[in-house]
Structures are given as structure tokens and as C-alpha cells.
Design a protein around this ligand. Structure first.
Ligand code: ARG
Length: 450
């Protein structure tokens, strides 16, 4: 493509080092769409006649079909998807193909392609996130009233329900989808027409091109448009944070599936055995999800690092944006699909949950609240209950079996009622708190919104 200036062919190693076709081929549909829109604007500018346009469009569609069918012969000498397609087009249709690159550079072309690609993948990931939300919601609905201990520091804290716990993840995933929707706004801007860095002396109708490609608007600074990869960094961050959420969910499920907790059972289809220990049933999907989150972080950091030292505008370092982007998208897509299936098939062991939640220590705070309602200042109530807990631990007597009146005469005959688990949960009626009524209302609200 640049043979005019050079006396020697590119060295083989340089070709190997610099090619991106082995991975950026996946932008082909977006490249074809961008080229057709660009050619149409060339017609409007009087640079192509209708016949030339028709043959460009037909030729590009043929190339697209060949790539679809797997019969296209990619060449690393042509470096990337842009040059592979353009060269194949010109081979097919001759002269009009050689006109296509007028008023365009690979720099605005690659930015256009990746933006179209990100937009599509944001939409796909949003669908997968919604499916995961639905699976979590379904389980939250089934187990809205299955009481479990809620933990801080992984120590039993206060009673909640499985429904409430799972809805916490629905909240996270919902924020993830709205974050992606926000990112999409900045992705969906057309850089085409920015040229190599300074536009072109040949002015194509950028707005027309943008509209044809479904972009909301055009970029407003050619230098920024060429060198901007913020939208990829943002997308990678959004993906990384979904990873964080999935990883936390994984960790919860790993704990829940252990014999020590026993709260949940994953289906045989979503667990694996051991080659040595016959009894094992391992939550590998959860562990892999937790592990793969590291890759999602790594991809974000790789891009940020590649971009941080670059002078304006395009530098070849920017080609390093694609593999992290593709890897994060592929990794997350599969993670979402397999986790959705696994959650949908999970069983909660309600009796084990209830047994764990029936630990009277979970209601120690409620006991302090009881004293507060008798006008004991909270700090004093906290200390009094702390003393009771110490006696309970020292004498191995459950907190609800102690004669609390021996510790303080603030306790009365009604103290025992504090230890009624259902009453304790039912009292948590403030918005966001886990009374079963609240949890059911939240399930209904989410079902409505999904
Ligand atoms: N394959 C290149 C990339 O992904 C396309 C842009 C190349 N531009 C250039 N001036 N070499 O970044």
C-alpha cells in the first residue's frame, strides 16, 4: 500500500511483529459497513458515480460473505483487516476499489470500526447481564424467605434472607448495565472523516456517514478522534467491574457450597469431580470466574499503560488496544452465560440455612435495641449485651437460654421475644432492610422492571 516511498520490501519479522489481521479480522463487518457509508458520501461529493458505488458495495458484500463463509484468504503482508479488505476489493472490481480510500485513513477507519464493534458488544453484554439478573431474581423469589446469617468480616452478623442476599447482586449487575449504557453514549460517536489526524482537503458529509452507521453524532476534533481510546478504557473498566461482582458472587457460592456452610448445592452439570478423591464435587465455575477476573483487570491496565505515554495523535502502540478488548469481551461473555445457567440450576438448602440463622447470637444487636427501647442509652445497652454474650460463650449456654435478669434489671419477661427469628426479621421494615415483606416487594419491583 505504500510501495511508492520504499526501495525494500518489509522484512518478514516486521510483518510478523506488526500484523494484526490474526485478531482484528473480527472487525470485518464493521469495516465493510464503514466503507460502504464512506463510499456513499463519496458519491454525494461527486468523487464516485453510481456505477462505481454499486460495484464497490457489491464487492464489499462479496468479501464479507467470503469472510463469513471462512473462504477468505487473509494475508499478513496486508497487515490488518482494513488493508486485507481493500486489497481484495480492488482485486475484484479494479479501478473503483482504488478510489475508496480517498479522504480516509486507516486511523479514522480503525477508530470507526472499533467504535462500531464496542457498540455491538455493549448491547450483547447488556443482554447477557439482563439474563443473569433474571436468574438471580428467580432464585431470590424462590428463596425470598429462606433465612441465613448475614456476615461481616465473614463472621455471623445478623439475619437476612437468601432472597435479600441475591438481590444485592441484582443491584450490582443493574449498576453494571447502566454503566455500560453510559459508556455507549461516548462510544457511539463517528470519527470517520478525521483522516490521518487533520481531516482532509476533500470534505465528505460526515453527518451523513454517521447517520448511516447509526452514530449519534460526529467527533469534533480530528486529533482527539484519531488518538482517543478512552471509550475502550471505559468499556474495559466496566467489564472489569462486572468481573469484580461476579468474583464476589463466586466467592459467596464457593463458601455456601462447602460442607462448613452447606447453604447451597450446585448442579452436577456445573461442578466437576476430582481425578483422585472420589467424593469431591468442586465449584470450578466459581473458581474460574474468580480467577479470570484477574485477566479483566490486566486487560484494562494493559490499555491504560499502552496509551499513557503517547504524544498526539496516532501511534502504532494503539494497535495494542484490540487484543485486551477482544479478550475481555470473550471472557466476560462466557462467564456471564455459564454463571447464569449455574445460578438458575442452584438449589438452596433451606434447613441448613435456617439452622445457621438460628444462632441466637445473630440477635445480640436486637437485644441491645430492646434495651434502647427501654430507654437504655445504646452504648450502655451494647456493653450490657456484650457481658451477656461473654457469659454465653464462657458457660457454653446459648444467649437465649441465659437468665438475663441476673445481668441487668432492664430485662423483663418480654426479653425472650427478642429471640424470635421471624419477628426479628419482620421488624426490619425500613426501605432496603431485609424483612420478608420488603424482599418480596423488591422481587416484584425488579420483575416489573425486567
Ligand atoms: N492496524 C492498525 C491499528 O490497529 C490500523 C491503523 C494503522 N495506522 C497506521 N498509521 N499504521 O491500529
Amino acid at each position: 500500500m505504500w510501495k511508492g516511498r520504499f526501495a525494500k520490501a518489509t522484512a518478514d519479522l516486521v510483518q510478523q511483529y506488526g500484523e494484526s489481521i490474526s485478531y482484528d479480522w473480527r472487525l470485518y463487518k464493521h469495516d465493510v459497513a464503514g466503507s460502504i457509508a464512506h463510499a456513499r458520501a463519496q458519491v454525494k461529493a461527486g468523487l464516485l458515480n453510481n456505477d462505481e458505488f454499486a460495484s464497490i458495495e457489491k464487492g464489499l458484500r462479496e468479501v464479507e460473505q467470503e469472510i463469513d463463509a471462512g473462504s477468505f484468504d487473509f494475508s499478513i503482508e496486508l497487515e490488518d483487516i482494513h488493508m486485507n479488505i481493500e486489497s481484495a476489493l480492488t482485486e475484484k472490481i479494479g479501478a473503483p476499489g482504488a478510489k475508496l480510500h480517498t479522504a480516509r485513513s486507516r486511523n479514522d477507519q480503525v477508530a470507526t470500526d472499533t467504535r462500531l464493534y464496542c457498540r455491538e458488544e455493549i448491547d450483547t453484554l447488556t443482554t447477557h447481564l439482563t439474563e443473569l439478573k433474571k436468574a438471580l431474581l428467580e432464585q431470590a423469589s424462590t428463596y425470598a424467605d429462606a433465612v441465613i446469617p448475614g456476615y461481616t468480616h465473614l463472621q455471623r452478623g445478623q439475619p437476612v434472607t437468601v432472597g435479600h442476599h441475591l438481590l444485592a447482586y441484582v443491584e450490582m449487575i443493574d449498576r453494571d448495565t447502566s454503566r455500560l449504557a453510559d459508556c455507549r453514549k461516548r462510544v457511539n460517536v463517528s470519527p470517520l472523516g478525521s483522516g490521518a489526524l487533520a481531516g482532509s482537503t476533500i470534505n465528505l458529509d460526515r453527518q451523513q456517514i454517521a447517520e448511516e452507521l447509526g452514530f449519534d453524532r460526529v467527533t469534533t476534533n480530528s486529533m482527539d478522534a484519531i488518538s482517543d481510546r478512552d471509550y475502550i478504557a471505559e468499556f474495559l473498566f466496566d467489564i472489569a467491574l462486572v468481573g469484580t461482582h461476579l468474583s464476589r458472587l463466586s466467592e459467596d457460592l464457593i463458601l455456601w457450597c462447602s460442607s462448613e456452610f452447606g447453604f447451597a448445592t450446585l448442579s452436577d452439570a456445573h461442578t466437576t469431580g476430582s481425578s483422585l478423591m472420589p467424593q469431591k464435587k468442586n465449584p470450578d465455575v466459581c473458581e474460574l470466574t474468580r480467577g479470570k477476573t484477574g485477566r479483566l483487570y490486566g486487560n484494562l491496565v494493559a490499555l491504560l499503560t499502552a496509551a499513557k505515554g503517547l504524544p498526539l495523535t496516532y501511534n502504532r502502540d494503539l494497535q495494542e488496544d484490540k487484543e485486551p478488548l477482544f479478550d475481555s469481551i470473550d471472557t466476560l461473555k462466557l462467564a456471564l452465560k455459564v454463571n447464569t445457567e449455574m445460578i438458575a440450576d442452584m438449589t438452596i438448602n433451606v434447613d441448613t440455612c435456617l439452622a445457621a440463622a438460628s444462632d441466637p447470637l445473630l440477635l445480640a444487636t436486637d437485644l441491645a435495641d430492646y434495651l434502647v427501647k427501654k430507654d437504655v442509652p445504646f452504648r450502655q445497652a451494647h456493653e450490657l449485651v456484650g457481658q451477656a454474650v461473654a457469659v454465653s460463650v464462657q458457660t457454653s449456654t446459648p444467649l437465649d437460654q441465659l437468665d438475663l435478669t441476673q445481668i441487668s434489671d432492664h430485662y423483663g419477661a418480654d426479653t425472650k421475644e427478642v429471640f424470635h427469628l421471624q419477628t426479628a426479621l419482620a421488624a426490619r421494615t425500613n426501605p432496603g432492610a431485609p424483612s420478608i415483606e420488603n424482599v418480596r416487594a423488591e422481587v416484584a419491583r425488579w420483575q416489573e422492571s425486567l
